[in-house]
Design a protein around this ligand. Structure first.
Ligand code: AHM
Ligand code: MG
Length: 332
């Protein structure tokens, strides 16, 4: 019954969240409030991104983040805004973020949930006005209420996510999320300051014809990966790579396709982070009927070992991912 829950196109996000909550007689409303907090953070970040070029806050702040990458100023802004919205919302006891080395204690020990975020993914694209995104995963804490959050609360496998989603700051701003009963997409109407349901119950085609891969990495990858790329080329699939994971994933989910970031000579464990990039998108991919693997293992089954762990990512239309994994296996 829950699987089939839909609302008419045009339903406001707040109303959608409330209607969905009504389906669970014992729901306390805390997750609903947390989703609203995330939507609020998305609106604030959206505002900052839209005025980035004008306000002079565009560009690099000159510091490096914990990944050793040059941090864009908007990364910092998005990080601060997001964390503040979650702290004020009081539903989150702990947060991990791409921009922060350690677990953040929100000082809300009564809160049931922990959140993993990449506040602004693809931020190297900001200076050239290309779409970027926010990625989030929500888990129920494992330690007792009224105690500080610990690593045990954060280092959970992706299959235990309660909800996950992303915000895409593109030609329109969209919030796409799932609480485990399908994937729904909401488009932001700036003049009303509200998200409205525009893409109900998104399903990913089983056979995609788009591959998203940084072709410059071709000779840095394994023979199996090169064989898969050759397979895509021979079949005249379209190569589409924005270099902004949320945007590439979003397009592939709507049109059918696959994104891959394998292990390379430079990034021997892959480049993308399990906790706040791969898990959320893997959750959405599976909810939409797609697939997400890391070499041999399902992304959602990986037991995380550290907060900023990287893994190879193969995600998208089921048959494309299977074909890729088969060629990787044949490689031996
Ligand atoms: P970021 O979190 O530092 O922005 O890095 C993640 C991004 C993804 O959005 C994108 O798909 C990938 O890195 C692009 O990497 P590359 O430039 O190596 O192809
Ligand atoms: Mg990122």
């Amino acid at each position: 019954m829950l699987e089939k829950f839909t609302a008419p196109i045009g339903t406001a996000l707040d109303r959608f969240i409330a209607q969905k909550q009504e389906q669970f007689p014992f729901a306390t409303g805390e997750l609903s409030q947390l989703l609203r907090d995330i939507a609020l953070a998305a609106k604030i970040i959206n505002r900052e991104i839209n005025r980035a070029g004008l306000s002079g806050i565009e560009g690099s702040v000159g510091e490096e983040n914990v990944q050793g990458e040059n941090q864009q100023k908007l990364d910092v802004v998005a990080d601060v805004r997001f964390i503040r919205a979650l702290i004020k919302g009081e539903q989150t006891c702990g947060i991990i973020s791409e921009e922060d080395e350690n677990l953040i204690d929100t000082k809300n020990p009564k809160a049931k949930y922990v959140v993993a975020i990449d506040p602004l993914d693809g931020s190297s694209n900001i200076n050239v006005n290309v779409s970027v995104g926010t990625i989030f995963s929500i888990y129920r804490r494992r330690t007792s209420l009224n105690t500080p959050p610990t690593l045990e609360d954060m280092l959970q496998p992706g299959r235990d996510q309660i909800a996950a989603g992303y915000v895409l700051y593109g030609s329109s701003t969209m919030l796409v999320y799932s609480t485990g009963y399908g994937v729904n997409g909401f488009t932001y109407e700036p003049s009303l300051g509200e998200f409205f349901l525009s893409h109900p119950n998104i399903k990913m085609k089983e056979n995609g014809e788009i591959y998203s891969f940084n072709d410059g990495l071709y000779y840095q990858t394994s023979e199996g990966i090169r064989n898969f790329i050759e397979h895509c080329r021979k079949n005249q699939y379209s190569g589409r790579y924005i270099g902004s994971l949320v945007s590439d994933f979003h397009r592939n989910m709507l049109k059918g396709g696959m994104y891959l970031y394998p292990a390379t000579k430079k990034h021997t464990q892959g480049k993308l982070r399990l906790m706040y990039e791969c898990n959320a998108l893997a959750f959405l991919a599976e909810q939409a009927g797609g697939m997400a693997f890391s070499d041999k293992e399902r992304i959602l089954d990986i037991m995380p070992e550290s907060l900023h762990q990287r893994v190879p990512l193969f995600i998208g239309s089921k048959n494309m991912v299977k074909q890729c994994l088969q060629l990787l296996n044949e490689e031996g």
